[in-house]
Design a protein around this ligand. Sequence first.
Ligand code: BGC
Length: 690
Amino acid sequence: MFRKMSVVIAFLCAAGVYAQSPRLRADNVDEVFRAMTLKEKAELVVGGGWASLFSGFGIPFTGHPRVPGAAGVTNAIPRLGVPQIVLADGPAGLRIKPGGKDEAEKRYCTAFPVGTALASSWDTALVSEVGAAIGDEALVYGVDVLLAPGMNIQRNPLCGRNYEYFSEDPLVAGKIAAAYVRGVQSQGVGATAKHFAANNQETNRFGNDSRMDEATLRAIYLRPFEIVVREAAPWLIMSSYNSLNGERTSESRWLLTDVLRREWGYRGVVTTDWAAKRDTKRQIAAGNDLMMPGDALQKSELKRAVKSGKLAVAQLDTCVKRVLELIVKTPSFLGYKHTNAPDLVAHAALSRRAASESMVLLKNDGCALPLGDVRSVALFGASSYDLVAGGTGSGFVNKAYSVSLADGLRGAGFLIPSALSDDYAAWAGKKSHRQKSGGFGPVQKYLGLGALKEKPLDVEYIRRYVSQSDVAVVTVARQAGEGKDRHLEGDFLLSDVELSLINDVCSEAHAQGKKAVVVLNVNGVVETASWKHLPDAILLAWCPGQEGGNAMTDVLTGVVCPSGRLACTFPVRYEDVPSAGNFPFSVRGEKPKNCVDSTVYAEKDSVGYRYFNAVGAEVSYPFGFGLSYTTFAESRGEGSVRVTNTGAVAGRHVVMLYDESSPMRPLVFFAKSPLLQPGESWSVAVQKER
Ligand code: BGC
């Protein structure tokens, strides 16, 4: 009897507490926070686990996520009206699982050009448009926070995630990231600038210690983040997996509080990267507010630390408040009713435009491009028929389709010998012809297939198809993904099969009085110096997103005048790269050599073109390089630059100003012109950055 009564009393008390509890509103964060128990505070700063990421794959015990395939969720606290929020990747488009039994129900997302490509457009307005479209898809599919942009410096061409990142230059990386963040957040969802900081390799990514002096760190590796914080105020920043000078970034109070918040004035939330190595109480004490994806152990660690006095409750409170302040801005809190129906047609058109604006024309001897009277194309290279739209890992996007170069050319009315395309289709059909890219092994099929290996062809075969066509085109492709750095052989360097293909196709075309064009469908820098003399033209198309083949066709045919410029250097040899001696160099099939536990940034701020400028070393294609189908004249006055299109077709020009007083010639300003008709001029006011 007594027992029954106490249960009833406990129930009534709990109901009373529940009824009296404040409900979260945008203007009562403090009140709600004061009403929270220690348990609830731990619930809030530790995420809701892996459920959403693994849902829909038939893995048992993975919960009932709201958005299958999203990377994570926070925990709701119903008593206080605190909703769960949903976080999903990633840079080149939203990464969620399509689900749905029939096509009409599937939640496809638009695959946009990868980060490196977007930066090569040098067009901040365009990048904001792309950000806004990705933000819109997030909103419409029920996601509150996008885990992008990736914005680490491209320190070395072999970093497996360079494709997600923007540039080797901190000003370009920072400005493009700020444009992306403004776009995403214009839709009322949060962006996450990642990975803070000095996360420049994938080898030993959970354990590597990036070591450098403070001046280098600030000038090169922190600067893009400083720009994005000051200019775009991302709702979140993701601390990185690596350590920095001996301390994990998620546990560094110097990085997350002294520099990020006190110096730069950051007011948002810092989240960990997913399942980073950790000491949860040190993370909280450092100012890392949110632990993702979160597990039960972290919550007990936190509660124990507070109870034993090892963690001051005030430090936990600071993080709790920041997470609440994030939540009140989200669509989930604001009661947004998502429709699961984004405008995929409009976004595909934007993806196509962004891709064509990002492509870099590296060579165009004898005006081989745009393709003039050409009607038929001898199209070689496996990826001409099987586009590499983007990368694998968290940068993968579940798109409805992708357009290959063959599709794009055919769509524009070109003929491709059908027996040639049938042979390539048969090659693409074999699983064994796919390369593994990225570090996820068995689950890679959910995260993006590897690029196709090249098909060896004999000269007779090539001759036959070149003779049936007006021009010869060869595509070379590369794909990369998180968890693994790129190799030198067969990745940065072209494979023997690829080199023979380029060589044989170019010789046959030239022997028959025809032009040969190479298209690079690559995630990042590849070796070009040894073979670039062979073709008449080289178009660097990057991993251009789902509309890649159409965008390539637009540039090859002159529908779009190429205006992309390199935001990274193409060196002559890998060994010339300033960090080559202290990057985990790995040979396929062997364990990486050197720098396994720590990587010393011995080249200091001599990163990319800064180094090549300072030492006057030859490169294959320099930073800022890119040809056009037209010509421009620049006249530089006091505080402004005037650009005139002096050629015969409409085009766009990128103004770049460098600090000539320094041997490194760092970039201090850039701006992209609108489309200028022949004879038309445009002026831009110059605001040099330090
Ligand atoms: C990646 C992050 C990503 C997260 C969630 C991590 O492995 O490093 O960039 O946002 O997973 O998918």
